[in-house]
Ligand binder design. Structure first.
Ligand code: PLP
Length: 355
């Protein structure tokens, strides 16, 4: 099992993202001892083992290690769509908002955003309407992209029945389905369902090793063998062909073996944090909608701006990302334990409460 919390270098309680997690002692040992080879020749045994494990876990034929979630999504979009073809995706998804429009910039793929509901779901009638008919004025619809868990709606889970409904619409229109499963293990642990159940409808899926699973580098794409063979070509053209990548794939193997079940602790701490914050004046949050390790609250205080709140928390060793927006995101992870959460709630009370 994992060996307890690895705090950030400065001992800070850092809620900005689960990407700040540090590798576990077991990962560092595995990395030091990893058997390696040239992965462009498919000769790195550790990479091959990680890819086989991932394919098996997700119930797919094959898998491909990539450098980041952004690279994984881009590789998949490039593999599914050609220039002038269209991907339908939520307007608050990571791929639409935070990947530099890479599929358009690099692949000439046209994005068609549709509204993400507050619970991360779409209006299926809107989805159907967004699918293009055959008309020379239109790009061709090729792909639907889903994000699970859904980051910008607060780590909400896309439930399997909703995903199945989308998949059946996709099939009816000969479209492919890609799942950005950067945090699919959070959904899996929260739903108590194997990830293969959450991938069953997906033609491709990307998951991150670097978020709640605490690895230093890496994401993995899964799909059928023909898809992964093409994806491998697209990884190469993006500069993602790697040599002795077993050095970090070794951490990924440790993550899949040891770091998945503990995500339940992150979820419990996010819930506790949300419930505690709900009692603090000047904070608006509904703990009921916190399903995994991400929560958003609105700062309603007349006394403090979000940036001022962040500065006051920082004085107490607590790090949050703040902008001019009253909406602030907190993410729980392997670097935060229950004592940290209680300390955080006390800090909020001191800063915002009457005391
Ligand atoms: C983090 C994230 C990504 C991108 O992963 P990187 O490894 O940071 O490139 C993609 N999608 C979602 C939902 C994410 O949270």
């Amino acid at each position: 099992m994992y060996e307890g919390v690895e705090h950030g270098a400065a001992g800070l309680i850092d809620y900005r993202s689960d990407t700040v997690t540090l590798p576990t002692p077991a990962m560092r040992r595995a990395m030091a001892e990893a058997e390696v080879g040239d992965d462009v020749y498919s000769e790195d045994p550790t990479v091959n083992r990680l890819q086989e494990m991932a394919a098996e876990l997700f119930g797919k034929q094959a898998a491909l290690l990539v450098l980041s979630g952004t690279m994984g999504n881009l590789v998949c979009l490039l593999t599914h769509c050609g220039r002038g073809e269209e991907v339908i995706l939520g307007d608050h998804t990571h791929t639409y908002l935070f990947e530099q429009g890479g599929s358009a910039a690099v692949g000439g793929i046209h994005p068609r955003p549709i509204p993400d509901g507050a619970d991360s779901r779409w209006d299926l009638a809107v989805l159907e309407e967004a699918i293009r008919t055959d008309n020379e004025h239109f790009p061709r619809s090729k792909l639907i992209c889903l994000e699970n868990t859904h980051n910008q709606t607060g780590g909400r889970i896309v439930p399997p029945d909703f995903q199945a409904a989308i998949a059946s619409i996709a099939r009816a229109h000969q479209l492919k389905l890609h799942v950005d499963g950067a945090r699919i293990f959070n959904a899996s642990v929260a739903l108590r369902l194997p990830v293969s159940d959450l991938a069953v409808e997906a033609d491709s899926l990307t998951f991150c090793l670097t978020k709640g699973l605490a690895c230093p580098v890496g994401s993995v794409v899964v799909g059928d063998a023909a898809f992964i063979a093409e994806a491998r070509r697209n990884r190469k053209i993006l500069g993602g062909g790697m040599r002795q990548a077993g050095v970090f794939a070794a951490a990924g193997i440790v993550a899949l073996n040891e770091m998945v079940d503990r995500l339940a602790e992150d979820h419990a701490l996010a819930k506790r944090l949300a419930e505690g914050l709900a009692d603090i004046p000047g904070i608006a949050i509904d703990p009921a909608v916190v399903e995994t390790n991400i929560l958003f609250f609105d700062l309603m205080s007349q006394r403090l701006s979000p940036v001022q709140l962040a500065a006051r928390l920082r004085e107490r060793g607590i790090v949050v990302a703040a902008s001019s927006s009253p909406r602030i995101r907190l993410v729980t992870h392997y670097g935060i334990d229950s004592a940290d959460v209680e300390r955080t709630l006390l800090a909020f009370e001191h800063i915002l409460g009457d005391r």
